[in-house]
Design a protein. Structure first.
Length: 203
C-alpha cells in the first residue's frame, strides 16, 4: 500500500513537472517583449481573474471528501489541506504564462498594446465592468424581440395563406387537412361546391 502511494505521488509530480516544462518551452518560442505585451493585455482585460477561485474551491471539495470518510479528523484535515493549497499557490503563475503565450500567438505586439491602452482608459474600464449587466439586458431584449417576430410572422403568414386559399377553393382536397400556422387540425369538408373553411388562428 505504501509503495503504491509513493508511486502515485511520484507519477503525479512527474506529470506536473512535465506540464510546467511544456509551458516554459512554448513561452520560449515567443520573444520576451511579445509576452510582456500579452501580460499587460491580460491584466487590462482581467482575463484570468475568473480562475482565482479554482484552487480554494478544489481545497474545500477535497476537505469535504476527507472529512466524510474520516470525520474524527476534521481539524487536522482542514489544516493539512489548507497548508498544501498554500504551497501550491505559486503555481498560479503557470496559468498566467500559458495565457500570455496564447494571447501572444493570437495577437501582434502592436495589437496587444492597443488592447492594453484602450482597456486602461475610463471607457475601457467601464466596458469591462458593465459588460455582464449589458449582456443580461441584451438577452432580455432579444427574447422580447424574438417573441414579437414569432407573433408577427405567424399572423402575417396566416393572413396571406387565408387569401390564397379563399381565392382557390377547389385546389384544397377535402380529404386533406388545411395548413395552419398553429397546431394542425382537419378542415371541414366542403358542401355544395362552396369554398372549404380555413381554420387558421386570427392574428
Amino acid at each position: 500500500m505504501i509503495k503504491s502511494a509513493v508511486f502515485g505521488r511520484a507519477f503525479v509530480l512527474a506529470v506536473l513537472l512535465s506540464g510546467s516544462v511544456a509551458v516554459q518551452a512554448r513561452a520560449q518560442e515567443i520573444p520576451a517583449d511579445h509576452l510582456a505585451a500579452a501580460r499587460e493585455a491580460l491584466k487590462a482585460l482581467s482575463v484570468t481573474n475568473q480562475y482565482d477561485d479554482i484552487l480554494p474551491a478544489l481545497a474545500e471539495r477535497l476537505k469535504a471528501q476527507f472529512i466524510q470518510s474520516s470525520p474524527n479528523f476534521q481539524d487536522q484535515i482542514s489544516t493539512i489541506v489548507d497548508q498544501q493549497a498554500l504551497a501550491l499557490a505559486p503555481r498560479r503563475a503557470d496559468l498566467e504564462k500559458e495565457a500570455a503565450t496564447i494571447y501572444a500567438k493570437a495577437f501582434t505586439v502592436d495589437e496587444l498594446k492597443a488592447i492594453s491602452t484602450f482597456f486602461n482608459t475610463e471607457a475601457g474600464k467601464k466596458l469591462m465592468s458593465t459588460t455582464p449587466l449589458v449582456a443580461r439586458e441584451l438577452g432580455r431584449a432579444a427574447d422580447i424581440w424574438s417573441n414579437g417576430i414569432s407573433r408577427d410572422l405567424s399572423a402575417q403568414s396566416t393572413d396571406k395563406l387565408r387569401t390564397v386559399i379563399d381565392a382557390h377553393p377547389l385546389q384544397m382536397p377535402a380529404s386533406e387537412p388545411i395548413p395552419q400556422a398553429a397546431a394542425p387540425a382537419p378542415a371541414a369538408a366542403p358542401s355544395g361546391g362552396s369554398a372549404p373553411a380555413l381554420n387558421l388562428p386570427k392574428p
